[in-house]
Design a protein around this ligand. Structure first.
Ligand SMILES: Nc1ncnc2c1ncn2[C@@H]1O[C@H](COP(=O)(O)OP(=O)(O)O)[C@@H](O)[C@H]1O
Ligand SMILES: [Mg+2]
Length: 331
């Protein structure tokens, strides 16, 4: 099919998942792939099945690399860890195939057709509190890949993307937080203008690896347990759930501490003069009870800002991509 209208895409390049958002009829359409891969021995049968099931993969010699959503389940069946092109919000310096696999994953959510003149806005994490991660390198490499595809490219801070995606009703005034796999990203905007942003290094991966370390499980296995109906209800009969709750609290407390420090260090914030909304998004905000627990920690912290509401994003897994699309459409 030949489409002459130029596509506009919001792209959330997360440590855990890559999500593309597009305008669709009256609403939005999303396409997501797990930002992970696993290599398995080559066999003709396996290759045929993967092709038939439309599982993204490629063959290199005696190996097949499976990337995206199916990689986690295959890794779990084989009792190995998935490999990750990104870690802590940026390209994984310890993964030699990071760029090659990101390029493949991007092709699978963006499509193979040339993109000359199409627009994409992708999200980048905020610098960490006291961390030295190289965001500049990451951002430059992603920009280059997207330019090679033919796109007109711009980037957007991830916390600000949550605000664009969720806080139209308050004219983009408020706090947006994305609880992701690699990082948590936080931003405060006043009438769409970014006032402050930061990231904290404890996200879902931290929860998985910490809970794995104290229970003797593989992190990939812990993640699958966590995603299968784990809830923060205060009652934990299994050790793995108990461990998950401990590290969930640690992740949330780090964000609350970050907010407290950032608000207290900023001379502008107390001048807001009114209550503002706070929106929670990202895959790590999904367990039942998350919002209530977070609100309790906020109340205990006595921040210099008051919130009119603390709520979950309408679709926590897609809020960032949607916000990036809102930014791209506004250009
Ligand atoms: N249903 C779920 N319950 C709990 N955690 C989940 C669920 N779905 C995804 N996650 C976790 O959310 C994190 C990924 O969130 P996401 O917003 O996609 O991250 P990123 O921005 O890093 O790509 C992972 O740690 C994943 O295990
Ligand atoms: Mg994210």
């Amino acid at each position: 099919m030949r489409n002459t209208t130029k596509e506009v895409i919001g792209l959330d390049i997360g440590t855990s998942r890559i999500v593309a958002a597009r305008r669709e009829n009256d609403g939005y359409g999303f396409e997501a792939q797990l930002n992970a891969f696993v290599t398995i021995p080559y066999s003709r049968i396996t290759e045929n099945v993967l092709t038939k099931e439309s599982v993204p993969h490629c063959v290199n010699g005696a190996e097949i690399t499976v990337f995206g959503n199916e990689a986690a389940r295959i890794a779990d069946l084989l009792n190995v860890e998935t490999r990750r092109p990104m870690t802590r919000g940026v390209l994984n310096p310890g993964e030699p195939q990071s760029l090659a696999q990101i390029r493949r994953l991007l092709t699978s959510v963006l499509g193979e057709a040339p993109k000359q003149g199409h627009k994409v806005c992708f999200t980048v994490p905020a610098p960490g509190v006291g961390s030295e991660e190289n965001i500049t390198y990451h951002e430059t490499m992603i920009r280059q890949i997207l330019r090679d595809f033919g796109y007109e490219v711009r980037s957007l801070n991830e916390g600000l993307a949550v605000i664009y995606g969720e806080l139209e009703d308050s004219n983009y005034t408020g706090v947006g937080i994305s609880f992701g796999g690699g990082l948590c990203n936080v931003a405060l905007a006043y009438m769409s203008v970014p006032v402050l942003s930061f990231s904290t290094p404890k996200g879902g991966d931290f929860i998985d690896s910490s809970a794995a370390a104290v229970t003797g499980e593989l992190a990939n296995r812990v993640r699958l347990v966590k995603e299968d109906g784990f809830s923060l209800n205060g009652h934990y009969s299994e050790k793995i759930h108990q461990a998950l709750s401990v590290y969930y609290d640690d992740m949330m407390q780090s964000v609350v501490n970050g907010l407290k420090e950032a608000f207290e260090a900023s001379r502008n914030v107390p001048k807001l003069g009114k209550k503002i909304p706070l929106v929670l998004s990202g895959g790590s905000a999904l367990p039942a009870g998350f919002r209530d627990r977070f609100e309790k920690l906020i109340q205990e912290a006595s921040l210099p800002v008051q919130f009119s509401e603390i709520r979950l994003a309408s679709d926590p897994l897609y809020a960032t991509a949607k916000g990036a699309l809102v930014a791209a459409l506004a250009d």
